[in-house]
Design a protein. Structure first.
Length: 409
C-alpha cells in the first residue's frame, strides 16, 4: 500500500488522480488500477479548442458559399442543430421533459418505423392559413355598411377661449400715412380681427379726422354700410357697439368713412369656433379621448377640428381615427380617397322588373351593377376594423356620427 502523501501540485498540467482523495489505508494497488481506468478519466483538466464557424441551417437567406459551418456527428444532427425543442417544467422551473426534433426521428426508428423520409412522417392533411383579413367583417358582415364617401363627420371643438368684447381704437402715423390700431394688441397696424356671432362688441374710438365705419365691402358707398348690427357709424370720438347676427356675412370690413385706403378685414365666425385645441398634445398617442361635447373616439370615426387648431395641418382637413385603446392615430381623408369609380348610384323603383331578389331597395349608392363580388378587407396592424383600402364602417360608428350630427342614414 502507498502510505505516503503526494506532492502538492504546482502546475495546472499535472495529472489528477482520484486515489489521492482516499485515506491512506484504501490506496491499494487494486483501487489504483480501478480508479485510473474509470473515475480518473472524468476529472482530468479539460482541453479547449477554438472553433471558428457557424451553427445552424445552410439554407438561410444570409448563407454564403464561403461561410464556414461546424460539422456535427450525423446528417440529422447537422441539418437540425437549432430546431425548436419541446420542454415541460414544473412549478419550480425544473425541467421534467425535453425532446428535440432529432429525438422524435430517433424514437420512430426505435419503434421500427421508417424514419429516412421525414416528409412521410411529418406531412399533414390540414394546415392553418391566415388570409390577413378582418375576421369581424367577414363573419359579422350584416353589422357593416358600405359608404363610398365615408361616415358623417363629427366636429370636435377644443376648450373655450376667452372672447375679447371691448376694443380701443386709435390712430398710428408713420411717414405721413395713418393706420388703425386696436387694443388689446396695440401694435399691429390695420390688423385682421376675428369676431363671433352673438357677441356684442364695444369699440371705444379716438380717431380724429378719420371716422370709423363697418361695411360688407371695402368701399365708401353707403349701400354697403352695416345697419342692424351697429349702433352708430362714422364715429371719430365715441363708442360703437357691434353685434353680429346669423345673417352677417363671413367677412366684413372696418373702413375710414373718408379714406378707402385706411381699413382692414374682420372674419366672422360662430361662437363654437372660439375654442383652442392642441391635437398632438391632447389626442395623439392617447389610449382614449372624449370630446368636450361628451363623445368618445372610436376606430373608424371621421372627425373635423374647429376653432384654433395646432398644428395647423389638422385645421383644414377631415381625419379618420385609428388605434383607440392602444395609441390614437389620425389618418387624413385624402390618404384614403378612392381614386377610381367604385360603382354607380342606382335608383331602384318599387317592385320593378328586376324584383326584390336581384337589386337593393330604393337608392343603391355605389352599386356594382355589372358584376357581383365579395370584398375582404386587409386588417390594420393594430387590429382595428377600419381599413384604408375601402370604406366599410361598423353600425356603431354610423350611429355615433348620425347622433352627433342629428342625421338619419
Amino acid at each position: 500500500m502507498a502510505q505516503d502523501e503526494n506532492a502538492i501540485p504546482t502546475s495546472g498540467d499535472s495529472k489528477r488522480r482520484t486515489v489521492d482523495l482516499l485515506p491512506r489505508y484504501f490506496r491499494t494497488t487494486a483501487n489504483k488500477k480501478f480508479l485510473s481506468s474509470t473515475l480518473d478519466q472524468l476529472i482530468q483538466p479539460g482541453s479547449i479548442e477554438k472553433v471558428d464557424g457557424f451553427i445552424g441551417r445552410r439554407d438561410a437567406k444570409a448563407f454564403k458559399a464561403s461561410d464556414n459551418y461546424v460539422d456535427d456527428i450525423s446528417p440529422d444532427r447537422q441539418n437540425y442543430q437549432l430546431e425548436p425543442v419541446s420542454v415541460i417544467k414544473d412549478q419550480l422551473g425544473n425541467v421534467e421533459y425535453l425532446r428535440n426534433y432529432t429525438d422524435f426521428i430517433n424514437q420512430i426508428g426505435n419503434f421500427n418505423g421508417v424514419n429516412d423520409n421525414h416528409g412521410r412522417n411529418t406531412k399533414q392533411e390540414f394546415y392553418s392559413w391566415d388570409p390577413h383579413i378582418d375576421w369581424d367583417k367577414f363573419t359579422n358582415f350584416r353589422e357593416y355598411y358600405w359608404l363610398p364617401n365615408g361616415p358623417e363627420t363629427v366636429t370636435v371643438p377644443g376648450e373655450d377661449k376667452e372672447i375679447t368684447s371691448t376694443y380701443t381704437v386709435r390712430l398710428q402715423e408713420a411717414l405721413g400715412d395713418y393706420s388703425y390700431v386696436f387694443t388689446p394688441d396695440g401694435k399691429t397696424a390695420n390688423p385682421v380681427l376675428k369676431l363671433y356671432r352673438g357677441v356684442t362688441y364695444r369699440f371705444e374710438i379716438d380717431t380724429p379726422g378719420l371716422p370709423l365705419t363697418f361695411r360688407t365691402a371695402r368701399t365708401l358707398e353707403d349701400e354697403f354700410l352695416l345697419k342692424e348690427e351697429v349702433s352708430l357709424q362714422a364715429v371719430e370720438q365715441g363708442v360703437i357697439e357691434l353685434t353680429l347676427g346669423a345673417e352677417t356675412p363671413d367677412q366684413i370690413f372696418y373702413v375710414a368713412d373718408n379714406n378707402i385706403n385706411l381699413g382692414g378685414l374682420i372674419k366672422v365666425a360662430n361662437q363654437n369656433e372660439a375654442t383652442f385645441i392642441d391635437v398632438e398634445a391632447e389626442i395623439l398617442g392617447k389610449k382614449f379621448y372624449t370630446s368636450r361635447d361628451g363623445w368618445s373616439f372610436t376606430n373608424g370615426l371621421k372627425v373635423r377640428f374647429e376653432g384654433e387648431v395646432i398644428p395647423s395641418i389638422y385645421a383644414d382637413r377631415e381625419w379618420y381615427v385609428e388605434g383607440v385603446g392602444n395609441s390614437i392615430k389620425l389618418m387624413s381623408e385624402l390618404d384614403v380617397e378612392v381614386s377610381f369609380p367604385v360603382g354607380i348610384d342606382l335608383e331602384v323603383p318599387f317592385d320593378g322588373d328586376e324584383g326584390f331578389d336581384r337589386l337593393p331597395f330604393s337608392t343603391a349608392t355605389g352599386y356594382p351593377k355589372d358584376k357581383d363580388y365579395i370584398t375582404i378587407n386587409r386588417a390594420s396592424s393594430d387590429g382595428n376594423f377600419w381599413s384604408r383600402y375601402n370604406r366599410w364602417f361598423h353600425r356603431d360608428v354610423i350611429e355615433l356620427a348620425s347622433s352627433v350630427n342629428n342625421t338619419i342614414l
